[in-house]
Write a protein that binds this ligand. Sequence first.
Ligand code: NAI
Length: 342
Amino acid sequence: ALRCSVAPKAQKSSQRSQYCLNPQASYKLAVLGAAGGIGQPLALLIKMSPLVSALHLYDIANVKGVAADLSHCNTPSQVLDFTGAAELPNSLKGVDVVVIPAGVPRKPGMTRDDLFNINASIVKTLVEAVADNCPDAFIHIISNPVNSTVPIAAEVLKKKGVYDPKKLFGVTTLDVVRANTFVAEKKNLKLIDVDVPVVGGHAGMTILPLLSKTKPSVSFTDEEVQELTVRIQNAGTEVVEAKAGAGSATLSMAYAAARFVESSLRALDGDADVYECSFVQSDLTELPFFASRVKLGRKGVEAIISSDLQGLTEYEQKALEALKPELKASIEKGIAFAQKQP
Ligand code: NAI
């Protein structure tokens, strides 16, 4: 018997996939920062996946209760809790995918870069442990500023001699999820059909939705393009302001991260038709890292989809050139931080 996946799935292209889920739950996942605002609902969504056999929840505090609670759900995965640095290595042994939402979120008035000083060190420490304990795992970085934390992770992995650029991902799925939702609302489209590639990075104007590449094909006025682009770029801030000091996006982020996890697991499981946007090492532009659609396979990024950057509108082309200096600076800030660490 075949099972259907319960966790949110990536939008499919028009062709139907030949892939059927393997009925055996067999993948091990670790969530680092699992007791947080994103970590908890993300752990719940991952617990619902029929592909997961073990779910390791790591945090510096409060993770025992989260694990006890989740472990009562009658889905296949075994839930284990790990608290504090001493238990970090064991949380990572034998793990196929590591998801990292550890760190502080924004408060009103803050940019993602304002989180750099705290989150850079957290990501560095956690990725060192990943390098030592599960160097072959897919690594999903959620902690902001993603534009800098992914380059930090790459440098840490290089220092440890285990960097595989195909397996390091900055999670930008929420930008795609938001773009799909806002475009469907604006143009009265069926949500499930809408897919907007979002490229660049994951902060403010570095987030570039390619509305001209929306599927199904749809036309926008110049005003609509401007309004939608700005709304997608500022959607995180919309949530930060609405939460008024209580944090940033957690539920929609957990939904988006679960979709990216599910896509990674399907790719690991042999589905040959898995595409997601992600911030990865890339040769699409002159920048060393860039978010775009990528094809996922058993070994990670199988191909970077370059066609999305061809035939851009004038608006998109200008926005692409305009975002490069900021993205470049954020990448360099991450690399410089990692290189000056012992
Ligand atoms: P939160 O403060 O609710 O949770 C963070 C968790 O990380 C806490 O449980 C905390 O104990 C834990 N933590 C702190 N230091 C740690 C360490 N050294 N090791 C392990 N765990 C540690 O924050 P929230 O809302 O869950 O956000 C987490 C991160 O995700 C933030 O950096 C935020 O900016 C980012 N984020 C990224 C998005 C994206 O699209 N990539 C979207 C929304 C948030």
